[in-house]
Design a protein around this ligand. Structure first.
Ligand SMILES: [Fe+2]
Length: 279
């Protein structure tokens, strides 16, 4: 495995779903915060990318080392191997995906640091070259739509015996249309993994989530009506088996409802990879 240079670090889970045959590997990365420049970038776009790269060069280390008020408690791998550009980091992640050959590569938002034409061109090109199946959700740094990469609305990917549902909760709420679509999926009863950007703070995991700044989660008590309804669906619908998300730039795993796993992936731009085997 491509771990020799010390860039990657892994968290692994297994999820048992009755009726699923064999093993299905999912590679989950998040918060890659790509800033990309190409020959068609304008001077303003280049300047913005350079500014954001410099910001993340500093901030990703502060997140990893718990040096920010909202990252206290983080103590994640960070050294020379992580001091690479967001584009270099993303290319390493794709090379790893080519090596591991997951059934699906899941990108749980803040894929691009900000919407910029060269970034969109870059991401489309690289994911097309990757060639494997992938599913993206937008993060709070992104628009709800990005060409063929992601679009508004709940999008599903069907696997043998279960499905993945991509839900845009990047504004710490979910639209009326997306809630209705998720309810319809729940009614079908096919086991489902929800892929979203912002984590859930539920009755069961609120205490743990509240150690993080409230900007980083949707809370069952303080969210708006749709945020609360989204949480209730993920808690109460038997079909929803796990929630995979990001946004926090620190790794967390927890039971968010009885028997249901929430994995908050850490920053992919600093080498974090979550591997989920569904069996
Ligand atoms: Fe982020």
């Amino acid at each position: 495995m491509m771990t020799d240079d010390g860039f990657f670090w892994f968290k692994k889970h297994r999820l048992s779903i009755p009726g699923v045959e064999g093993e299905h590997l999912l590679m989950h990365i998040t918060d890659t915060h790509i800033s990309a420049i190409d020959e068609d970038s304008t001077p303003e776009e280049k300047a913005e990318c350079e500014k954001q790269e410099a910001l993340w060069a500093d901030f990703k280390e502060k997140f990893a080392r718990g040096k920010l008020p909202f990252s206290q408690g983080n103590d994640e791998p960070y050294g020379e191997p992580q001091k690479i550009s967001t584009v270099e980091a993303f290319e390493k992640q794709l090379a790893l995906a080519r090596e591991l050959k997951p059934e699906v590569l899941l990108l749980s938002g803040d894929n691009l640091d900000h919407m910029h034409p060269a970034g969109e061109r870059y991401l489309k090109k690289k994911l097309a070259e990757y060639g494997g199946r992938f599913l993206c959700v937008p993060g709070n740094h992104e628009d709800p739509a990005c060409g063929e990469l992601w679009a508004p609305g709940v999008r599903t990917l069907e696997l043998e015996g279960f499905r993945i549902a991509a839900v845009d909760d990047s504004r710490r709420t979910v639209s009326d249309a997306d809630l209705a679509a998720l309810k319809a999926l729940c009614a079908e009863g096919i086991p489902m993994i929800v892929l979203c950007h912002v984590p859930l703070s539920t009755r069961m995991c609120q205490e743990e989530m509240r150690r993080i700044m409230d900007y980083f989660y949707i809370d069952w008590e303080t969210a708006g009506e749709n945020g609360k309804a989204f949480i209730s669906l993920c808690e109460e619908c038997d079909a929803v088996r796990a929630v995979l998300c990001g946004h926090v730039h620190g790794y967390h795993e927890m039971e968010y409802a009885p028997g249901k796993l929430q994995v908050i992936g850490s920053q992919g731009m600093a080498g974090a990879v979550h591997l989920l085997t569904v069996e």
